[in-house]
Design a binder for this molecule. Structure first.
Ligand code: ATP
Ligand code: MG
Ligand code: MG
Ligand code: MG
Length: 433
């Protein structure tokens, strides 16, 4: 991407409406634009990050055996009347009437719809287990939408639903998702801690919230200090096994949200902090399958009501949470795995023939190598260029200027550490390839 033609409306001033750093930086970096209260357009840079985050979520779901589909945003109220949640859901649900006076709604979640789809097609225990997910926009008419996309009204969620023949199977499905969630967040370069949680309006008896520790978090959380050193990717539990040892290990280390916190059970090395809920998983048995009639024929020919779980990740909230967890005074510091571009190629003197030829050549080579590169080819002050790249948080800055070019060198800066190296051009290039 060439900066000279990029739709990147960065702001110099700090927007006054933004109370937390991620909201401020997302506005300043030209990632989002509010179109109504709690509803945002994702501009090219923001959309790119949202897609990177979605892709990691998708890969880990696929790895865990879940299958992607896509359900609509608009749902019929009938399904929600079957489960009994149409009235119960209250004012957070955006209710819509179509031209034929049919009651519709913009889905806040999809338990009812997926249960209906499942029961239409699956009739036998032989077709179990199944785990289905989609990444789709949700709407919840939050009383107080705030903090940008952190608590929006329209937001992107990955939600999936597991179907099993019995409670034992459902608990295995739950453990698989527990692992998938830990891996998902670890791969994004953030630490999300699973905390025993209340099951709330979804219902059921087993539930964990995945929480990122951050001062601006909306909830009070408690966890054993040990959590700060856990590394699920290094542990790499066998995903094909029953995952019982892994689950026992990870759930025996204390971590609880305020509602579930029990001071008597808390360890001596307790961390008390604020947290952001980025994911939430539930095992709720037959709460939806029973009223909606999701029944299969069991091995003995008898009807069995399927056991279900549901699993959500606030994909758009994760983008904001990543910024809360990784920024400095100059701007965002994207972890490599979710960065919109890996390399910022900065031409310090765009009107210098030699600089331009060299940079154009480097840009082409990086693109050919499949490296995500953003190229500042504008005729701007060097200071403005560095400030923009720091603000939008690109992990590597490769700078070419007339003086270095004469000596055959380039400057390579690592955004996260601020470390700068003057290297022979080819060597600098090799480091970011
Ligand atoms: P919260 O406690 O923040 O209101 P929730 O418990 O109501 O969230 P869930 O029903 O568990 O949310 O939905 C799954 C995930 O969707 C949450 O863990 C969160 O990451 C995300 N999410 C929920 N509400 C919002 C929102 N208003 N804006 C952005 N993301 C949200
Ligand atoms: Mg909520
Ligand atoms: Mg919650
Ligand atoms: Mg929740």
């Amino acid at each position: 991407m060439r900066m000279s033609s990029y739709f990147l409306p960065t702001l110099k001033e700090t927007p006054s409406e933004a109370q937390i750093v991620s909201h401020r930086l997302m506005l300043r970096a030209g990632m989002i634009r509010q179109t109504s209260a709690g509803i945002y357009a994702w501009l090219p840079l923001g959309w790119k990050v949202l897609q990177k985050v979605s892709q990691i979520v998708r890969e880990e779901q696929d790895r865990a055996g879940a299958q992607e589909l896509l359900m609509p945003t608009i749902q019929s109220a009938d399904l929600w009347k079957q489960s009994g949640r149409y009235e119960a859901y209250g004012k957070e649900m955006l209710r819509i009437t179509d031209r034929h006076d049919r009651e519709m709604l913009f889905g806040p979640t999809n338990e009812e719809m997926i249960t209906d789809i499942f029961k239409t097609f699956v009739k036998s225990y032989k077709d179990l287990p199944r785990n289905l997910y989609h990444i789709q926009w949700k709407f919840r008419d939050e009383v107080r939408p705030r903090f940008g996309v952190m608590r929006g009204r329209e937001f992107l969620m990955k939600d999936n639903y597991s179907f099993d023949l019995d409670a034992e199977g459902a608990r295995l499905s739950y453990r698989k998702m527990f692992l998938a969630y830990l891996r998902t967040f670890a791969r994004m370069g953030i630490k999300a801690i699973p905390m025993r949680a209340d099951t709330g309006p979804i219902g059921g008896d087993l539930s964990h919230e995945f929480i990122i520790l951050a001062d601006t978090g909306e909830s009070q959380v408690f966890c054993d200090k040990q959590w700060l050193d856990m590394d699920v990717l290094a542990d790499n539990p066998d995903a094909n096994g029953d995952l019982k040892d892994f689950f026992t290990k990870y759930t025996s280390i204390y971590a609880a949200t305020e509602e579930m916190h029990d001071a008597a059970k808390a360890p001596a090395d307790l961390v008390t902090a604020r947290g952001i809920e980025v994911g939430h998983i539930f095992y709720f048995g037959t709460k939806y399958s029973a009223p909606m009639g999701a029944v299969v024929t069991g091995p003995d020919g008898q009807p069995v009501t399927v056991e279900m779980g549901s699993y959500g990740i606030g994909v758009s909230r994760v983008v904001a949470a990543l910024i809360e967890a990784s920024h400095d005074d100059a701007g965002i510091i994207w972890p490599d795995q979710v960065a919109p571009y890996k390399v910022a190629l900065i031409n310090l003197k765009a009107d210098d023939e030699a600089c331009r030829t060299t940079c154009d050549g480097l840009y082409a080579r990086l693109q050919d190598a499949g490296v995500d590169v953003i190229y500042d080819d504008r005729n701007e002050r060097p200071g403005a260029k560095f400030a923009d790249m720091d603000l939008i948080g690109i992990p590597w800055q490769l700078t070419i200027g007339p003086r270095g070019l004469k000596a055959g060198t380039a400057e390579l800066k690592r955004r996260a550490t601020g470390e700068k190296l003057e290297l022979p051009l080819e060597e600098a290039l090799a480091k970011v390839m």
